[in-house]
Design a protein around this ligand. Structure first.
Ligand code: FES
Length: 200
């Protein structure tokens, strides 16, 4: 095994110099001229192509940016209208299975099926359904609502809103959260209006 630190014998040939990496300028020059290409017209043609490609690339990028300016900035908001299944899918009481997906609860009572928007009417928190206490309880400031979403304790000023519901041609429940029914304090309740409940 050779010792790398051993002195070279006198008169030994010097090792060949390591090739240095070409700079960007040198690389470009090589691409454009191909030094071994002696034909001047080919060099000029290659340069023209390179310039054309650069100009085209620049114009394309600018055109895309220009067109992007006119496109609408789309905001992807959650759907406000959706199907939740058939009336027979819901038993008596509060169904919480759509709480995370649509922020609603589906309730069936003796009058029919309606959908409560799971937004506390105090400051907009999402209350929890307390099965064992048979009520909704808001974790923010303690408002309590009965199983039909009617407030009875805490600072909430009115019952939670109900979403528009109807049956589609197939008999599925179609919910529209953009249309809500309210019962403001001291005013007429909209909870019995057509569209606030499906009487099944
Ligand atoms: S936000 Fe529900 S009690 Fe305040």
């Amino acid at each position: 095994m050779s010792n790398p630190t051993a002195e070279k014998p006198a008169g030994a040939p010097a090792p060949p110099p390591k090739p240095s990496k070409p700079g960007i300028g040198q690389a470009l020059y090589t691409i454009l001229t191909k030094p071994d290409d002696a034909d001047e017209s080919k060099i000029i043609l290659r340069r023209r192509r390179f310039v054309m490609a650069s100009v085209l690339g620049f114009l394309t990028v600018n055109l895309v940016m220009f067109l992007r300016f006119f496109l609408p900035r789309t905001l992807f908001e959650p759907k406000t209208s959706f199907r939740i299944g058939y009336p027979s899918d819901f038993g008596f009481g509060v169904d919480t299975k759509f709480q995370n997906q649509y922020r609603i609860w589906v309730v069936r009572n003796t009058e029919g099926i309606f959908v409560i928007s799971a937004i506390c009417t105090h400051l907009g928190c999402t209350p929890d359904w307390k099965e064992s206490e048979n009520k909704f309880k808001c974790p923010c400031h303690g408002s309590g609502y009965d199983p039909e979403g009617v407030n009875f304790e805490g600072p909430a000023p009115r019952p939670m809103d109900r979403a528009h519901v109807e049956l589609d041609p197939e008999g599925q429940i179609l919910v529209d959260l953009s249309r809500v029914y309210r019962w403001p304090k001291g005013e007429r309740s909209q909870f019995g209006d057509p569209g606030a409940i499906i009487r099944v």
